[in-house]
Ligand binder design. Structure first.
Ligand SMILES: O=C(O)c1ccccc1N[C@@H]1O[C@H](COP(=O)(O)O)[C@@H](O)[C@H]1O
Length: 218
């Protein structure tokens, strides 16, 4: 079994991007959603994109973005993957893939078994399914809230490529991996010292816990 793939999401400074690289993260996520405390503008995207190139796989996270907005993000960040974290339909995911030629991670909000079952309609169009806690109705930001969901709901997922997210941190990630056997994890709030501010020490600790799990159980 190969090592758990780790994505650190919501990076917004050179220091914390390099902390993720040094800690051995596989993917770095950058948020393009103005209501998020982790939102970065296109100029910052260009700087961080250049810094991350060749060091880590870059993921551009957007929420129901238009083609024009996606193109601007791609031109500046030069991501390796797109993460669609809104209400994009399977048809929209397929259209984004066809238009931009990049692999797509589709976030699925989970609160019930029906939410997990509904994810099957994305299996043929998304490259990776990302299971996250379903945002509260009317939430201004549909993710990055540090909220976990019932991991038991993932018992029967059929997708081959998927990631677990939602409320993960260094304290619970080994338990989450034991419980779900997820091939990949994604974390944002759990490696922050305050909302929107990443912490290099917490990033390193998170990676250490995952690699201990890999060494013991994978
Ligand atoms: O991080 C954000 O601000 C964000 C904004 C809009 C959509 C998704 C966002 N983050 C993603 O949410 C999950 C869970 O994050 P957390 O660890 O529970 O804080 C993760 O996939 C982030 O990529």
């Amino acid at each position: 079994m190969s090592d758990t793939l780790v994505k650190i999401c919501g990076l917004s400074s050179p220091e914390t991007l390099l902390a993720a690289v040094s800690a051995g993260a596989d993917m770095a996520g950058f948020v393009f959603f103005e209501k998020s405390p982790r939102h970065i503008d296109l100029e910052t995207a260009r700087t961080l994109g250049a810094l991350g190139s060749g060091r880590i796989r870059k993921v551009a996270l957007t929420v129901d973005a238009t083609d024009d907005a996606l193109q601007a993000v791609i031109d500046n960040l030069e991501p390796d993957l797109l993460q669609l974290h809104g209400r994009e339909t399977p048809a929209r995911v397929a259209a984004v893939k066809a238009c931009f030629g990049l692999p797509v991670i589709k976030a699925i909000g989970v609160a019930t078994a029906e939410d997990v079952a509904a994810a099957q309609s994305y299996e043929d169009v998304a490259d990776i399914l990302l299971f996250d806690a379903k945002p509260a109705p009317g939430a201004a930001v549909p993710g990055g809230a540090g909220v976990a969901f019932d991991w038991d709901l993932l018992r029967n997922i059929s997708a081959a490529n998927w990631m677990l997210s939602g409320g993960l941190d260094a304290e619970n990630v080994r338990e989450a991996l034991r419980h779900t056997n997820a091939p990949a994890v994604d974390v944002s709030s759990g490696v922050e010292r305050e909302r929107g501010v990443k912490d290099a020490g917490k990033i390193a600790k998170f990676l250490l816990e995952v690699r201990v799990f890999d060494g013991l159980l994978r």
